[in-house]
Ligand binder design. Structure first.
Ligand SMILES: Nc1ncnc2c1ncn2[C@@H]1O[C@H](COP(=O)(O)OP(=O)(O)OP(=O)(O)O)[C@@H](O)[C@H]1O
Length: 252
């Protein structure tokens, strides 16, 4: 990681109150302006690692550095508003229109409502949506449209960091591929530091400049580029996880 920028998880562990070990001594970095894909099977600690960044989860040990600063010293509310967060269901507010969903955080941060709405319209265009949907409610959108609004909403406060938790998991494969391609296009223009959680190794390879593969029990199996993991899997777990992904792709 150049000059300590981006995000660095340093020897972080998390055991929940019921004794579940979710993350076990993980060290990994998300480089600035790049996409880190966190991949692993269900329950391997991906969401827990992601939520350590915006302090929705506090590690039992270890630290998370953002731009070289320990995030435990940061105000959680300010921190969350400064980080874009995209969830599987879009995370949209059901009682607000598309435009107001996108404009909410900037208004909370002090942007005038009129200006926030003008910017929201520009963002709709950036994520590939027609302006005509601006007054609809989330329930009046398709799953793919909801995800695009979710991305626009996360970008509205112009964050340096975008956290994406299985954002495209709930849509069909064709819409999913469109959304992935749009994200690649958008990222080539905006260059955010993205942490992208997925259980799908093919998606991780497609979107991640770097891929961190977790194993059950929340330990890091391997981190590297897609090429590095494919050509030099660290062990049989990594090799079989990758092979399962390839098999699924061939079958589809
Ligand atoms: N609040 C909680 N209390 C107790 N255990 C939890 C809590 N949140 C998560 N866990 C457990 O911690 C482990 C890791 O969960 P986490 O959600 O981080 O995994 P994940 O890799 O994101 O899984 P998935 O792909 O299914 O979302 C799991 O065993 C989960 O059941």
């Amino acid at each position: 990681m150049e000059h300590g920028l981006g995000i660095a998880w340093k020897s972080v562990s998390k055991t929940y109150n019921d004794g579940t070990v979710a993350v076990n001594n993980v060290s990994v970095t998300a480089d600035e302006h790049r996409t880190l894909a966190l991949v692993g099977s269900s329950g391997s600690g991906k969401t827990t690692l992601l939520q350590m960044v915006n302090r929705m989860v506090t590690p039992n040990s270890g630290t998370v550095l953002i731009q070289g600063q320990d995030n435990q010293g940061m105000n959680p509310v300010t921190l969350r508003r400064s980080i874009g967060y995209v969830l599987q269901n879009g995370g949209l507010l059901p009682n607000k229109t598309v435009l107001d969903n996108i404009a909410t955080v900037p208004v909370l941060q002090g942007t005038r409502r009129k200006d926030a709405r003008v910017h929201a319209l520009e963002l709709l265009d950036e994520v590939g949506l027609e302006k005509s949907i601006q007054n609809r409610y989330p329930s009046e959108l398709s799953g793919g449209q909801q995800q695009r609004v979710g991305v626009a909403r996360a970008l509205a406060a112009n964050p340096e960091i975008l956290l994406m938790d299985e954002p495209f998991a709930a849509v069909d494969p064709i819409v999913r591929r469109n959304l992935q391609d749009e994200l690649l296009r958008l990222q080539s223009e905006i260059g955010k530091t993205i942490v992208f959680v997925t259980h799908d190794i093919d998606e991780a390879f497609y979107l991640g400049d770097k891929v961190a593969l977790l194993r059950p029990g929340g330990t890091l199996a391997q981190v590297g580029t897609a090429r590095e993991l494919i050509d030099h899997p660290a062990d049989s777990f990594v090799a079989s996880f990758i092979n399962a992904g390839c098999l699924r792709s061939e079958l589809q």
